[in-house]
Design a protein around this ligand. Structure first.
Ligand code: 13P
Ligand code: SF4
Length: 324
């Protein structure tokens, strides 16, 4: 599943200092490290991060950081992305098992065959994919720039869009383009219940419903606003509504409440009763303890085969250029 090429060891959870915040900040100085974190991380990690962002923001930060060590508080494909952009830097991931169902839904061998069956198509891949898939792609995109990137491709150029079919459908709708979609999805964004969301909207007629484009079309159809995590956060600040029903991983609500403590944020409910299935089980594997131990022991480290790293760099650079 992962492209790491050397045995990486998970750290045993022992020898923890009492004040993890201070210990992590000390290690940051010692290692000349930067902590990049995604909004789906637990609140403590978000509060400690040097930079917090969506996938595009995190990739842009990784591309420009001067720190020697990148500690990535996110999932494997995000840390891989930082390594692709920084092959000579040490990139640490607190828990190496922090994968992604969406990245897993696009196995490289099957995708290579799909690509070979459609040789006239260029490949635009959502950043939520493995380094092998990136290496087979022409351009990478994120949820915040997918529409912008597809709009820059000549109209007569056929496009494969992988791996998220929901984001792909959303981009098709926004651009009017016919994309050939890979049939992948995210377990977290698939879990939202249209019925319960409609019931919530009726119970809170003053609330705006905001959603991530990884959600299914039937859920997106009810949204007042659709965007990446950063776009949802910005919208919740600039919009005049005092109440929001939020259909994405609820980690983002920590930032929404920080910026707008006077507003109310309601996490969109999942299909199952009494289930935290809207929390990403992969993202939540990272903890403050594991972050500290990763920095202390300088592992688990992301290591990529050189050929994959080099091939994956080109479509990443293309994305960064096309996002300006
Ligand atoms: P963004 O933060 O780029 O919107 O991506 C959401 C996501 O699912 C990350 O795994
Ligand atoms: Fe992957 Fe979905 Fe988790 Fe994001 S929220 S890391 S797409 S499983």
């Amino acid at each position: 599943m992962f492209t790491t090429i050397s045995p990486n060891t998970q750290n045993p959870i022992t020898d923890l200092p009492e004040d993890l915040f201070t210990a992590i900040n000390d290690l940051k100085q010692e290692l000349n490290a930067v902590i990049l974190a995604h909004y789906y991380q637990e609140a403590d990690i978000q509060d400690l991060a040097d930079y917090l962002g969506d996938s595009l923001g995190l990739a842009q930060q990784a591309a420009k950081t001067e720190a020697k060590v990148i500690v990535f508080a996110g999932v494997h494909f995000m840390a891989e992305t930082a390594k692709i952009l920084n092959p000579d830097k040490l990139v640490l991931l607190p828990d190496l098992n922090a994968g992604c169902s969406l990245a897993d839904s696009c196995p490289p061998q099957e995708f290579a065959q799909f690509k070979a069956e459609n040789p006239d198509h260029i490949v635009i891949s959502y950043i939520n994919c493995t380094a092998e898939i990136k290496a087979m792609s022409d351009i990478i995109c994120t949820s915040s720039n997918a529409v912008k990137i597809v709009n820059q491709i000549p109209k007569d150029q056929p496009i494969i869009f992988a791996p998220d079919r929901n984001l792909g459908r959303y981009v098709m709708e926004q651009t009017g383009r016919d994309l050939l979609l890979w049939n992948g999805s995210c377990i977290v964004h698939e879990t939202f219940s249209e019925k319960k969301i409609v019931q919530l909207k009726i119970a809170h007629p003053d609330a705006e419903f905001i959603a991530h484009p990884e959600c299914e079309t039937n859920v997106l159809n009810h949204a007042n606003f659709i965007g990446s995590t950063t776009a949802l956060l910005n919208y919740s600040q600039s919009n005049s509504s005092q109440k929001y029903i939020v259909a994405t991983e609820p980690g983002i609500i920590h930032q929404m409440e920080k910026f707008c403590p006077e507003k109310t944020f309601i996490p969109a409910p999942g299909i199952k009763e009494n289930c935290a299935c809207n929390e990403c089980p992969h993202m939540r594997l990272n903890t403050l303890e594991k972050l500290y131990l990763a920095m202390k022991n300088k592992q688990p480290e992301i290591i990529l085969p050189e050929d994959i790293q080099l091939k994956a760099l080109k479509p990443m650079q293309k994305m960064l250029e096309m996002s300006l």
